[in-house]
Design a protein around this ligand. Structure first.
Ligand SMILES: *Cc1c(COP(=O)(O)O)cnc(C)c1O
Length: 405
């Protein structure tokens, strides 16, 4: 039978419409360049939403995946496997954690963290330690528990009744947090930098206050590092630059550099509250995912690679300021490392998506984080000439944008 090449229209015809993808279909990638069906080339500043930390088709990841693919794909959790143990060892050796639980996505990692925190709270003699403190504008995933924990009502309001016992506070407000975290609180969940919410960093003093209040009340402090982890900010995990160590850390996105994998990390003290049968998932710790993640981890957890993230940050910021001098569209730049939020001036509020579309037309892929912020989360090893070429294309998109405005 004749095979027809899929078209963008097929998406509208066949896919449940929860996404609004670009009007082109990408078919191939190498490093930080991508090509669509018409062979048009794009520079990739989106990085699969902070996932493709080594760009596309990096030999380290390809080799790990193909070698493992010849050996063993899947066993199920009745049997452990070498790749998952290799990955766990790396994560616990290089973080505060003693134990790891593996899953397939960020939402699942947070789901595990919130369930563990509830189980920890259950052991409290009061029997009432189950309140979860989360923050407005936060994003923690799309399962029912994680949309309820997230602080953007648009993601949860249509799915009531929601899991109960979650209170949302203003992000970065120390007084509100000190008042709300009490002996009924079992967990506080926070992003060190709110990613989807607009690339908004937590103040170190705010995180320190959360740590202190959790210690005083016996609540578990959960850092959602799904977007900030695995070198994204220039540290292996963002907490390492804050002076605050969480009790539970969730990681996904760049962990597999494009192969789906997530993890919850914690200390022996909290891990002991989960017993055989308490939680699980079929694919968690899958050998293919684990082999890729371990190879990616070894590559990124290297002083030179991490320092390179900070160098690239400075390069981006300097060049973006030059672009803004010619085309004054941006108010300020936020973020750390290669998690950059470029905030539109109030005059262009709500136009981030329009500018991102013009950028794609000019041959550079960028993300948005809400209606007023452009977001760049490229490969952590994007070559300087790709940054330069991508920013030249971005600059042309800015010229277009102003011409239309
Ligand atoms: C992406 C993201 C999630 C959800 O991860 P999924 O893999 O999409 O489930 C959760 N928290 C943060 C901070 C994220 O950036």
């Amino acid at each position: 039978m004749h095979q027809q090449i899929p078209t963008r229209q097929n998406f509208n015809d066949w896919m449940i419409p929860v996404y609004a993808p670009a009007n082109f279909i990408l078919v191939r990638g190498e490093g930080s360049r991508l090509w669509d069906q018409a062979e048009k080339e794009y520079i990739d500043f989106a990085g699969g939403i902070a996932v493709n930390a080594l760009g596309h088709a990096h030999p380290v990841a390809v080799t790990a995946l193909t070698e493992q693919a010849q050996k063993l794909w899947h066993l199920g959790n009745g049997y452990t496997n070498e790749p998952v143990l290799n990955l766990a060892k790396r994560l616990i050796q290089h973080t505060f954690a003693d134990k790891a639980f593996f899953c397939n996505s960020g939402a699942e990692a947070n789901e595990a963290a919130l369930k563990l925190a509830r189980k920890v709270g259950l052991s409290h003699p009061s029997g009432q330690k189950n309140k979860i403190i989360a923050f407005k504008n936060a994003f923690h995933g799309r399962t029912l528990f994680t949309v309820a924990a997230g602080g953007q009502p648009k993601y949860s309001q249509d799915f009531a009744p929601l899991p109960q016992g979650i209170e949302h506070l203003a992000f970065n407000n120390i007084e509100a947090a000190q008042a709300a975290i009490d002996e009924h609180t079992c967990a506080v969940i926070v992003e060190p930098i709110q990613g989807e919410g607009g690339v908004i960093p937590a103040n170190p003093a705010f995180l320190q206050a959360l740590r202190q209040r959790c210690d005083e009340t016996g609540a578990v402090l959960i850092f959602d590092e799904i977007q900030t982890g695995i070198g994204r900010t220039g540290a292996l995990y963002a907490y390492m630059n804050t002076g605050v160590t969480p009790d539970i850390l969730t990681t996904a996105k760049a962990l597999g550099a494009g192969f789906p994998v997530g993890a919850m990390l914690t200390t022996d003290r909290f891990a002991a509250h989960f017993c055989v049968g308490d939680h699980g998932t079929t694919y968690g710790g899958n050998p293919l995912a684990s082999a890729v993640a371990a190879a990616v981890f070894d590559f990124i957890n290297d002083e030179k690679v991490l320092a390179g993230v900070t160098l690239r940050y400075h390069y981006f910021v300097e060049r973006l300021k030059q672009i803004n001098a010619s085309y004054p569209i941006f108010d300020h730049i936020r973020g750390q490392g290669l998690l950059l939020g470029i905030v539109l001036k109030p005059a262009y509020a709500g136009r981030a998506k329009a500018l991102a579309e013009l950028a794609a037309e000019a041959g550079v892929l960028v993300l948005i984080a809400g209606p007023n912020v452009l977001r760049f989360t490229p490969s952590l090893i994007i070559p300087e000439h790709d940054i330069e070429e991508g920013l030249q294309r971005f600059s042309r998109a800015c010229a277009h944008f102003l011409a239309q405005a």
